[in-house]
Ligand binder design. Structure first.
Ligand SMILES: *Cc1c(COP(=O)(O)O)cnc(C)c1O
Ligand SMILES: [Zn+2]
Length: 415
């Protein structure tokens, strides 16, 4: 049973029932899902959660009502791993990686899409749609196929080939737009008005979609043994994940489910698309849109919808925001793979490079625990590394040639 009560305006606090609505009638502010936490207190317990499925739906009481049954392709309950070898390289005592590469379509987006389409089905929508930088399109197309819905996913036409293929394979309609994500998003807002029975995951059902990101916080706290970490590094695109990770930890604290305080939250951006990091560094509340130019395509939103809320949260929690160049993103994809055996997409490189930057800058306390969210699988952005990650040597099929190449790579002692 869900303890969601409806929707509330994030700006003026006007409340609405849990219907198909995403903006406030009075101030046009964005809406979010509200909960009756007083009623949930003592009912949603550690053991009631542990009795649930091994997916995000173990937290169903703190998610929007999915109607008869959730659209559950198995998103969530991904590993939280202690990363001692990477911690040593970076000079921190206690580092954990939330390995969200392990979701059904290889990115954290499966969490938000599972919640968005569950709500969309309850609300009577009949087609799944989205504006996407890639991962959302893949996840929407997969979840739509899973429930037999048509899908319309709209992406910049020059996205990574692997992301386009991973979306098209599910059989929906994929529109490649000659423009960047901000152009795609503007087009989708217009399309949503024309097609009232299409659920655009991140537009007209965005309040429901966004709630899925809370499950990152819920899982991290549960997997740490029902305690909050001291610090969390979150990659930023629209900033939605960041604000909902904050909300998730706060709900667990309010319900008395965890030991510890709200963690200090840190953002991670690529310098080629860093409107939030730039505003934070300037100390302003105004996010100036930027034309993205980075290999971290999944994070390339130049005009982030949740930007001002992220800035508020960064300031309130004493956090900071990394801004890392493409060379460091590539270097840190490799560093993560070589120290921990996790192959992340470019967004993961942004998170690890930002983690390193924020440690070196003194913003992250190396004596306190830190969790980094690795939000997408490396197979999604193979294009970024195929040139450099390649065979050590090409040889003829002879023992002699093999031994020579191995000697060259110092695997066999030279006698
Ligand atoms: C979408 C996405 C994010 C974060 O997105 P928000 O819009 O900030 O919620 C992070 N990592 C990856 C890989 C993504 O695809
Ligand atoms: Zn309002």
């Amino acid at each position: 049973m869900s303890f969601a009560t409806g929707l509330i305006c994030r700006e003026c606090g006007t409340t609405y029932p849990g219907e198909a609505r995403f903006a406030c009638d009075f101030c046009f502010g964005p809406l979010e899902v509200s909960y009756d936490l007083a009623a949930a207190h003592g009912v949603v317990t550690r053991s009631s959660i542990q009795a649930g499925p091994l997916s995000i739906w173990r937290y169903g009481a703190l998610l929007p009502d999915p109607g008869e049954a959730p659209v559950d392709l198995g998103a969530g309950w991904t590993p939280l791993r202690r990363a001692s070898r990477l911690a040593e390289v970076l000079g921190v005592r206690e580092l954990w990686l939330k390995d969200d590469t392990r979701n059904p379509t290889g990115s954290f987006k499966d969490r938000v899409v599972s919640v968005a389409l569950s709500s969309a089905r309850r609300l009577g929508f009949t087609t799944a749609a989205c504006a996407s930088t890639g991962n959302l399109a893949t996840s929407v197309a997969a979840h739509a196929a899973f429930i037999g819905w048509p899908s319309v996913t709209i992406i910049p036409s020059d996205l990574e080939k692997s992301k386009i293929a991973m979306t098209a394979i599910f059989g929906g309609t994929v529109l490649g737009v000659e423009g960047n994500y901000d152009d795609v998003n503007r087009l989708c807002v217009e399309l949503a008005a024309e097609h009232p029975d299409w659920a655009f995951a991140n537009i007209n059902v965005r309040p429901y979609y966004a709630e899925g990101s809370k499950t990152l916080a819920f899982e991290i706290a549960e997997q740490l043994g029902w305690r909050t970490p001291d610090q969390v590094v979150v990659p930023l695109a629209s900033g939605s994940q960041f604000t909902k990770v904050k909300k998730g930890f706060q709900q667990f604290i309010d319900l008395g489910l965890v030991d510890g305080d709200a963690p200090v939250l840190f953002g991670a951006q690529a310098t080629g698309c860093s409107p939030i990091a730039t505003a934070h560094a300037k100390g302003t509340n105004v996010v100036t849109p930027q034309r993205p130019n980075t290999i971290a395509r999944s994070l390339a939103i130049g005009n982030p919808a949740d930007g001002p809320y992220v800035l508020d949260a960064l300031r309130a929690s004493g956090g900071d925001c990394g801004s890392v160049p493409d060379e460091e993103i590539l270097e840190c994809i490799e560093l993560l793979a070589r120290t921990e055996g996790i192959f992340a997409e470019t967004a993961g490189g942004v998170t690890i490079a930002s983690l390193r930057q924020l440690i070196n800058k003194g913003s992250i306390d190396p004596e306190k625990s830190v969790v980094a969210i690795i939000s997408g699988h490396g197979l999604k952005t193979l294009d970024a590394i195929v040139e450099t990650a390649t065979v050590s040597a090409t040889i003829s099929p002879s023992l002699e040639a093999a031994e020579e190449a191995l000697r060259f790579h110092q695997l066999v002692a030279t006698s």
